[in-house]
Design a protein around this ligand. Structure first.
Ligand code: CP
Length: 354
């Protein structure tokens, strides 16, 4: 692994190695005080963040490294119209690793084409959020001893929730996982992920009701309805507040259920659930910092390498209005296959059917 764009970039063996390091860091963080001594992390956040931004920054500081960057692109030359490519060419000259979050799907993949140093996707629009997945899997593995064989309920906005998309792709690497995909029809998982699950023989059912499936779950992964991703505000109004987990609903759940949430929450988990021992979402955020330490200890110490020249594009590769190719028209026309389907290599949107 040189960049982390999608959890699919990691083999199961690489994940096992990463988790083993995270596990050791959690047990003895003082042993890693110099793991990134002299290394510099660039933190480019084009979108708001609390957990991902702060946990990456504190992870690097706890490893002995330093950090620069922005939490608002208007404070950089992005405000003057600088392209993503030029920003990345500059920043990769200053840093040893780049962590970036953007509203555009496929932006981290685009950045990786031009960067001399590893790029870590800290969330690209509604597409992927692989380091949240690393935090999630670290939490489940620490608290349940492993991931294989568990029943996961993924609940909420499965269409726009990038944490869910990354988690599904990651769980393809584990054995005997059963999924309950709990979402209103408007907010069901994207077609390319449904196809992905079918091609990987992943066992899943799609349901609209939360209460009926709660007793069957080992992990309940709640998500926020992602207001900022809705093109039609009426669709948001129709779906907001649709799932609210309360203490009384948990009464029917297993004693060892893990209630997880990538956070931030709005109203989908009531505050009385916070004191239930099964609610692990705040611990999950802290495990996320240790998991990111494990990732940085590896990627920030890689040697610099100039990427191969890439073809110059002449317009958008795909029709997804949120794809990075819509705004950065020099990007090469990269296509990949997800099973039988040709997709945009940046955002995974199928290229046929438009
Ligand atoms: N879970 C997560 O990505 O939170 P932030 O948006 O606060 O980083």
């Amino acid at each position: 692994m040189r960049h982390l764009i999608d959890f699919g970039d990691l083999s199961r063996a690489e994940w096992d190695e990463l988790y083993a390091r995270a596990d050791k860091i959690i047990d003895a963080p003082e042993r890693y005080l110099d793991a990134c001594r002299g290394k510099v992390m660039a933190s480019l956040f084009y979108e708001p963040s609390t957990r991902t931004n702060f946990s990456f920054q504190t992870a690097m500081l706890r490893l002995g490294g330093t950090v620069f960057g922005f939490a608002d692109p208007r404070s950089s030359s992005v405000a003057k119209g600088e392209t993503l490519k030029d920003t990345i060419k500059m920043v990769s000259g200053y840093a040893d690793v780049i962590v970036m979050r953007t509203p555009w799907e496929g932006a981290a993949k685009a950045a990786s084409l031009y960067s001399d140093v590893p790029v870590i996707n800290a969330g690209d629009g509604g597409h992927m959020h692989p380091t949240q997945t690393i935090a999630d899997l670290t939490t489940v593995t620490r608290l349940r001893g492993g991931v294989d064989g568990l029943a996961f309920g993924l609940c909420g906005d499965l269409k726009n929730g990038r944490t869910v998309h990354s988690l599904i792709k990651a769980l393809a690497k584990f054995k005997n996982i059963r999924f309950f995909l709990i979402a209103p029809r408007d907010l069901a998982i994207p077609d390319y992920l449904r196809q992905f699950m079918q091609e990987h023989d992943m066992a899943f059912v799609e349901v609209t009701g939360l209460e009926t499936v709660i007793p069957q779950l080992d992990v309940l992964y709640m998500t926020r309805i992602q207001r900022e991703r809705f093109i039609d505000p009426l669709e948001y109004e129709r779906n907001k507040g649709i799932y609210i987990l309360t203490g009384s609903k948990l009464a029917r759940a297993r004693e060892d259920l893990l209630v997880m949430h990538p956070l931030p929450r709005v109203d989908e988990i009531t505050v009385d659930v916070d004191d239930d021992p099964r609610a692990v979402y705040f611990a999950q955020a802290r495990f996320g910092m240790f998991a990111r330490m494990a990732l940085l200890a590896d990627l920030a110490n890689m040697s610099r390498s100039v990427p191969a020249p890439v073809e110059i594009g002449h317009g958008p590769v795909c029709h997804n209005p949120n794809c990075i190719t819509q705004t950065e028209d020099y990007l090469p026309p990269l296509v990949k296959r997800n099973g039988e389907v040709e997709c945009c290599a940046f955002c995974d949107t199928p290229l046929s059917g438009f």
